[in-house]
Design a protein around this ligand. Structure first.
Ligand SMILES: Cc1cc2nc3c(=O)[nH]c(=O)nc-3n(C[C@H](O)[C@H](O)[C@H](O)COP(=O)(O)OP(=O)(O)OC[C@H]3O[C@@H](n4cnc5c(N)ncnc54)[C@H](O)[C@@H]3O)c2cc1C
Length: 378
């Protein structure tokens, strides 16, 4: 049996970014069931960083992550983890109140917000339908960024290994029990005894807790679909922003590697699984793009789906389980797990090692009570 201080379960962005921090202070091994990091949600996102999503806690975590993305440790040897890319949120006449509310919320966290009218919106995205029945007003956030998910995962993995940590692939946990002093964790190939187990199992986090006999958080995985299609020949879309409706039954769209990606922003409950795109949501994505723009989606060149997992208040959770010694939660990253990952890793480090609460988090209004699991058990 292999002995280790900290065993992190899950090689998505949550697990690897936190493990990279833990390994600076204590012996850490990360177990991932698949053959690569980011095989599930972390490799299937839109990889965007913006303030148009979440509540104040999520926006605070997003703001607190900015410094890491701009100056990653060892960054001089890496390509940039992100590229500048504005976000533009738009409303129809019926949804103007949502735009007003969003502007107030975003302005608390970003100084880069400006209002735009129909003509400006069309200058930015020439295919957008404006006026009656279409977009009537928008908000542009020049603080938006396109993240590189693969680079982000690899940068964290490199930091983890540089600190002496290990990543074990094909290491799905099949059994876990507490023997009175340690967690005994079994995978097909090896068994481990760990003082602390970190549950960063993404959509499987509640199932994993149940095997350990720990009370679940009430996590709900929601499937989200993305399609990719070619823009009209000769149209350069590379400077288009991340374009998103302020209303829920809408869509978002962004340029990526010469194509346009679009999502109908579906929120379909799903069991934890290797999520696949369904015909309905794939067609819905194309239809919503065609309804709001003059584009026609003649051929869907690529499509995928992934799970966004939320707890009741939709704020990511980090902290020791109140009902089990040495069982640490790092789950419920929802639709913002990449953009909040540096701040969540910092928070997890502080909570796991009982360190003073980081000033960076406090500056952005993030307090332990907002993310610790206890808040979910009232
Ligand atoms: C379509 C889509 C768009 C998104 N867009 C954005 C965006 O623009 N910006 C943003 O910040 N976020 C976005 N997200 C959300 C983001 O992808 C997630 O919040 C984030 O990836 C969650 O990371 P995670 O590490 O918790 O989960 P995961 O990446 O799913 O990692 C969990 C890992 O745990 C492993 N695991 C589970 N059980 C076990 C076990 N028993 N033993 C060993 N390993 C196990 C799994 O194999 C998996 O690799 C999007 C998500 C989707 C689906």
């Amino acid at each position: 049996m292999r002995r280790v201080d900290i065993l992190v379960i899950g090689g998505g962005i949550a697990g690897v970014s936190a493990a990279a921090r833990f390994a600076q202070r204590s012996e850490t091994i990360l177990l991932e069931r698949e053959s690569a990091l980011g095989y599930h949600s972390s490799g299937r996102s839109a990889t965007f960083y913006h303030f148009g999503i979440g509540d104040d806690a999520v926006r605070g975590l997003t703001a607190a992550s900015r410094h890491f993305f701009a100056n990653p440790p060892g960054g001089e040897e890496l390509p940039p983890l992100w590229q500048t890319k504005s976000a533009m949120f738009f409303a129809t006449a019926e949804t103007m109140d949502q735009l007003t509310a969003l502007e107030t919320e975003m302005r608390r966290f970003s100084d880069n917000i400006s209002q735009v009218g129909p003509a400006e919106m069309q200058a930015i995205v020439p295919v957008l339908k404006v006026g009656t029945g279409g977009a009537v007003a928008g908000l542009v956030d020049t603080g938006g960024r396109k993240l590189d998910a693969d680079l982000l995962l690899q940068a964290n993995a490199r930091a983890l290994r540089a600190a002496g940590g290990e990543i074990h692939f094909h290491a799905g946990v099949t059994g876990i029990a507490h023997d009175g002093s340690d967690w005994i964790v079994d995978t097909v190939e090896e068994s481990y005894a760990a003082r602390i187990v970190v549950n960063a199992a993404g959509a499987w986090a509640d199932e994993f807790a149940a095997i350990a006999g720990v009370r679940p958080l009430g996590l709900i995985p929601l499937r989200r679909t993305i399609i990719g299609f070619d823009p009209p020949q000769g149209l350069d879309v590379s400077d288009w922003p991340f374009l998103k409706t302020v209303f829920d039954d809408g869509f978002y769209m962004l340029p990526d590697a010469g194509r346009l990606l679009a999502s109908p922003m579906d929120v379909t409950p799903s069991p934890a699984c290797d999520a696949q795109p369904e015909d309905y949501e794939t067609a819905l994505a194309a239809w919503r793009v065609e309804e709001a723009t003059t584009l026609s989606v003649d051929r869907i060149a690529l499509k995928w789906a992934g799970l966004r997992s939320f707890v009741a208040d939709k704020v990511p959770t980090a902290g020791f389980a109140p009902d089990a010694p040495g069982f640490f939660w790092l789950a419920g990253q929802g639709g913002y797990g990449l953009q909040t990952s540096p701040a969540m890793a910092l928070a997890a480090e502080a909570l796991l090692f009982d360190l003073p609460w980081p000033e960076l988090l406090r500056e952005h209004g993030v307090e332990p009570r907002q993310i610790r699991p206890e808040r979910l058990y009232v």
